[in-house]
Design a protein around this ligand. Structure first.
Ligand code: BES
Ligand code: MN
Ligand code: ZN
Length: 500
């Protein structure tokens, strides 16, 4: 979708989008247009009970007295409650409301009385929201089978301060690139996106943005002693990979001795469960068991794309969990890179086996300021929190509060869950240093987090269990159904607020 920014003008032709605040206070462009149309907008509003409530929309078709095809009137709600985030959501709602109407539209953004956001800020946020909603993944659909309804592919934003709006949008568009990248990775089928292909895409897509991308294969990981991660791929014909991405956007004066911040992702390109095999129904969902790695990849693209002034490591463990003659058996014991041994009692609890080696590697090699990992780790977190919030576990209150706050601001919300010694004990076993599952069926997300905690030492760490929020079956304002990219906006915001 092409987005342009120009100075205000009276709507003249095609599709025009104008605004009204709650209580029926029309924007200046809307009022001018209404006059030009002989009061058609206000009459229609009365007939349709359009009152300018937040996200309320009303379409007026081919009004007499102008060359306009249609006018979409959009409610912004109470002016005092307008934020960049509410405007972003509204942009998504507008994009969806225009589906089928045509391929080009003009959004007329005026300063709203009593609102804190300027017209330029609003215009950038609206365009960003439209861009996020415009995502689609159709590469495997033949042209003939694609949705024939026209969608907006050219959006003209008219506002005062068009130059400032354009500059602001340019930055937001880089974040959108990262979000699109994550959604693409999560949407790809597992026969196409297996570990080596995933690694290759990171290399080509991120290297050109100035990210240093290092790919480690099985031989290198064996040398490092990553017996835990490697055990997960033993039953797969696809080679496991670890990819480390490094972005250093610090000015030269600050580079020396800078501790990087770090993000680690679970990248199980397909999870059959292994020998502890999953039931057939719903197994297709396990194509997005690489969601954590997808988020880390998109986050790196967003940060590098907008040239973030920070030093960041992104690391992903990429494997496929399959059953075959070489696959891990329940009761096998493996040795992790940290030296700790693990009795694998359920091969379907594989994500933690991947993450523990990547966490240890990043901690050991980069001594980061903190580590945040993301993983579609447990079905149990879906039972706890559904798809409204991701589960967060942390050994550091400050880190947890910062992530929580970023989530509240941009609408990718998390909820902190407990850790504790009693849960940790549940991982003890006679045969090895630990086992990879708890003893009973309770607190599955917590025991999984406790397992990871054994590999992070004293480093501030947060674990986000995103199993419930990575894929969505319904459209929301800025997230069309499918891969949500939950975590990219959250962590981009968290970095921008505290580490630049
Ligand atoms: N990838 C799954 C978790 C999952 C389930 C993600 C549903 C998304 C949707 C994970 O590897 C897994 O299988 N976890 C097991 C752990 C159990 C064996 C201790 C689970 O949640 O059942
Ligand atoms: Mn599993
Ligand atoms: Zn899994």
């Amino acid at each position: 979708m092409k987005v342009t920014f120009t100075n205000p003008a009276v709507p003249a032709k095609g599709i025009a989008v104008v605004f009204a605040a709650e209580g029926g206070k029309w924007s200046s462009t809307a009022a001018t247009l209404d006059k030009k149309l002989g009061g058609a907008l206000k009459r229609a509003a009365k007939a349709a009970s359009f009152e300018g409530k937040k996200s309320q929309t009303m379409t007026v078709l081919a009004p007499a007295g102008a060359n306009l095809e249609r006018v979409l009137c959009v409610g912004v709600g109470k002016p005092a409650e307008i934020t960049a985030e509410s405007m972003t959501e509204l942009g998504g709602t507008i994009f969806a409301a225009l589906k089928g109407a045509g391929t080009a539209a003009v959004i007329h953004v005026d300063a709203i009385d009593k609102a804190k956001l300027s017209a330029a800020d609003s215009a950038a946020a609206l365009a960003y929201g439209a861009k996020l909603r415009a995502y689609k993944f159709e590469k495997y659909k033949s042209k003939a089978k694609q949705d024939p309804k026209p969608v907006i592919d050219s959006l003209a934003m008219h506002c005062v301060g068009a130059g400032a709006a354009k500059a602001m949008y340019a930055k937001l568009a880089k974040i959108a690139d990262g979000i699109y990248f994550t959604r693409d990775l999560v949407s790809e089928p597992p026969n196409i996106l297996y570990p080596v292909e995933f690694a290759a895409r990171l290399k080509t897509q991120l290297t050109k943005l100035g990210v240093k991308v290092t790919v480690l294969g099985e031989a290198q990981m064996r040398k490092l002693g990553m017996g835990s991660l490697l055990s997960v791929g033993d039953g797969s014909s696809k080679e496991s990979q670890m990819v480390v991405m490094e972005w250093n956007g610090l000015p030269a004066s600050k580079r020396k001795n800078s501790k990087p911040i770090s993000f680690i992702g679970k990248g199980v390109c397909f999870d059959t469960g292994g020998i502890s095999i999953k039931p057939a129904a719903g197994m297709e969902d396990m194509k997005w068991d690489m969601g954590g790695a997808g988020v880390v990849s998109g986050l790196m693209m967003a940060l590098a794309g907008r040239k973030a002034k920070c030093h960041v490591i992104g690391a992903v463990g990429l494997v496929e969990n399959m059953p075959d003659g070489n696959a891990t058996r329940p009761s096998d014991i493996v040795k992790s890179m940290s030296g700790q041994t693990i009795e694998i009692l359920n091969t379907d609890a594989e994500g933690r086996l991947v993450l523990c080696d990547v966490l240890h590697y990043v901690n050991d090699k980069y001594k980061p300021e903190f580590m945040v990992d993301l993983a579609t780790l447990t079905g149990a977190i879906i039972i706890s929190l559904g798809s409204e919030r991701a589960g967060m576990f942390s050994n550091d209150d400050k880190l947890a509060e910062r992530i929580f706050a970023a989530g509240e601001t941009i609408g990718e919300k998390v909820w902190r869950m407990p850790l504790g010694e009693a849960y940790d004990k549940d991982l003890d076993t006679d045969a090895a240093d630990m086992r990879n599952i708890g003893s009973g069926r309770g607190a599955g997300s917590i025991t999984a987090a406790q397992f990871l905690k054994r590999f992070v030492g004293e480093t501030p760490w947060a674990h986000l269990d995103i199993a419930g929020v990575t894929w969505s079956k319904k459209d929301t304002a800025v997230v069309p159904r499918g891969g949500t990219s939950f975590g990219v906006r959250l962590l981009e915001r968290f970095v921008a607020d505290h580490y630049e």
